[in-house]
Design a binder for this molecule. Structure first.
Ligand code: NAP
Length: 551
């Protein structure tokens, strides 16, 4: 089927998809395969979503490439050649472009077009999507593939408009690149900042790092992908993909080592693993010598037991001081006052080593906050820093921002921003009560950002496509989450997070909405695991779409 254009310039299709990142691309392919006409609207000039926008120096993935890729098409998996264990942004973007070409996706995507509004007409059971170019697209189904980390957060700092230098955000990096051979300031030391700082330091005349909260970051140990490992993956891809789908985090935990080389599993009950807090000082030091940062994966009690967590934080602090030569700078870089495991795990290459360079200055905002941006730089309570370029590595209005920035109105004109005033409520992260036939991919309440996100996306896309297929086959016009089901799912999302470091009282993270002033504090993703979530979604379908009203 093809899209129909009418005299009033309204495009009519079976489904409209917002966003051409990994979710939007697969949705387009899948829904097309199911015989639907689809229009995708994308603000960028090409596909790739996150990997289109985040082109900052050092941007790369921290999930192994062989698993951070689509699993829906076996041939695609065989033909694409990753070069590194964890791919850098240009390679992932090339992969997205390859997928777009391979499945001829671009012909149904409107690029350089931003959706500004979407509203549901209950009488006609139709969504109308409006864009910044004045286009109108009508469809029975509207799917928001807008990404969980796509609404850039630029904090309101007085005077920003006065700055005569260049202002950039890591999540909207210019396509043509930036000459950084000058005085550069960067605000933020989360995943983006930690990746960017070592690379920018090599280019900048002077780099000033404005740090509010030091984080925990672990060496990425990235390397070229060995041909035999790649080959082993490809030979076993069906098994790898199946394991990914049913795992809790979207990783297969499959080892490319020949199974015959592995030791036979020990028989009998396993001895209990020691807990980090049970080790005495000498044993702790030995554990650090033996495992290094691997210790944080080995002693999983760190993430449940505050005493173990405190012991791990002490060991971490020692490491920072061993690498960073200036003890004051090491102190400033040491996380204190919140547990490891609260914020998103960060992986780096030479982050701490970078602070030993003569052209890098750490500005500890805990000793004096930013008061204003001046015409020539950043003023803090402790000094003024002259800059030519100011980079915001200040993250995103995560999980809800991209949806709330669109004027989204459901049944009877109800606004999403009003429904979510006290925090987002969804059923499975897939639907919002009062918004029939609107689906969100990786929405709040879904495992998405706590899993290998491509695997999470594929599950969502397939569930949504199957649901639309079910409606069409059965002559049904609408599907809508019930308010009760959404309430109950919200309670469940909150319940399973309790007892984890993510919601520790001293924890502030974007998972909790704590990075955005005024955003309700609520744990946003589902920590129950992707495998369990998938099983629940399937069970709901088997029970006749339990918790949804079909009409
Ligand atoms: P982020 O984790 O939210 O970090 C933002 C940083 O900016 C924090 O250090 C924060 O400090 C600081 N900040 C925010 N507002 C500030 C203000 N007003 N003044 C001073 N500092 C301020 O954002 P991100 O680094 O872009 O990462 C977001 C997520 O994207 C990651 O957690 C990850 O899921 C994903 N990501 C992944 C990769 C990867 O695959 N390796 C790379 C980049 C991003 P506070 O901690 O004090 O708030």
């Amino acid at each position: 089927m093809t899209a129909t254009e009418t005299a009033e310039d309204v495009v009519r299709v079976d489904a409209v998809v917002v966003g051409a990142g990994f979710a939007g691309m697969y949705l387009l392919h899948k829904l097309r395969q199911d015989g639907l006409s689809v229009r995708v609207v994308e603000a960028g000039t090409d596909v790739g979503g996150t990997w289109y926008w985040n082109r900052y120096p050092g941007a790369r993935c921290d999930v192994p490439s062989m698993e951070y890729s689509y699993g829906f098409d076996a041939e695609l998996g065989q033909e694409w050649e990753w070069t590194e264990l964890m791919a850098a942004q240009p390679e992932i973007l090339r992969y997205a472009q390859h997928v777009a070409e391979r499945f001829d996706l671009r012909r149904d995507i409107s690029f350089s077009t931003r959706v500004v509004a979407a509203s549901f007409d209950g009488g006609r059971a139709r969504w109308t999507v409006t864009t910044d170019r004045g286009d109108r697209i009508e469809a029975p189904f509207c799917i928001m593939a807008t990404g969980a980390l796509s609404a850039a957060n630029i904090p309101e700092v007085p005077g920003l408009e006065r700055f005569t230098g260049r202002v950039l955000h890591t999540g909207a990096w210019p396509k043509e690149g930036v000459d950084l051979g000058c005085r550069v300031g960067i605000i933020g030391t989360g995943s983006s900042g930690v990746q960017a700082i070592p690379v920018i330091a090599e280019q900048a005349e002077q780099l000033f790092v404005f740090q509010r909260t030091p984080g925990f970051t672990f060496p990425a140990n990235n390397k070229p992908l060995r041909p035999d490992v790649k080959q082993a993956y490809k030979e076993n891809y069906a098994e790898v993909r199946e394991r990914q789908r049913h795992s809790s985090t979207g990783f297969s935990n499959w080892s490319p080592i020949n199974k015959a080389d592995k030791k036979a599993p020990a028989t009998g009950p396993r001895p209990p693993r020691p807990k980090l807090r049970e080790l005495d000082e000498q044993q702790r030091q030995e554990a650090w010598q033996q495992y290094g940062f691997g210790l944080f994966n080995r002693f999983t009690d760190i993430y449940k037991d505050p005493a173990s967590n405190a012991a791990a934080c002490d060991l971490y602090a020692e490491h920072v001081h061993a690498v960073v030569q200036d003890p004051d700078v090491a102190d400033a870089l040491t996380p204190v006052g919140y547990p490891v495991g609260c914020k998103r795990q960060v992986l780096d290459t030479n982050f701490y080593e970078t602070f030993n360079r003569p052209n890098v200055t750490l500005v500890d905002l805990r000793k004096g906050a930013i008061t204003e941006i001046t015409e020539t730089g950043v003023q803090t309570e402790t000094g003024h820093y002259e800059l030519d370029i100011l980079i915001f590595a200040t993250g995103f209005d995560a999980m809800t921002g991209a949806l709330e920035r669109i004027d989204l109105r459901g049944r009877d004109g109800v606004r999403l921003t009003d429904v979510w005033a006290e925090g987002p409520r969804t059923y499975l992260g897939l639907q919002v009560a009062g918004f029939p036939n609107l689906f969100t991919v990786t929405g709040p309440g879904s495992p998405s950002v706590l899993a290998n996100v491509i695997v999470a996306i594929e599950q969502h896309v397939e569930w949504i496509a199957d649901t639309i297929g079910h409606l069409r086959r059965n002559g049904l016009r609408t599907i809508e989450a019930t308010a009760e089901a959404a309430e109950e799912w919200g309670r469940h999302v909150n319940d399973v997070a309790q007892g984890t470091m993510y919601v520790a009282p001293t924890c502030n993270s974007w998972y909790l909405g704590a990075n955005i002033p005024g955003k309700p504090r609520m744990f946003l993703p589902y920590v129950g695991g992707l495998g369990r979530y998938r099983a629940r979604c399937d069970e709901i379908v088997a029970n006749g779409y339990e918790g949804f009203a079909l009409a």
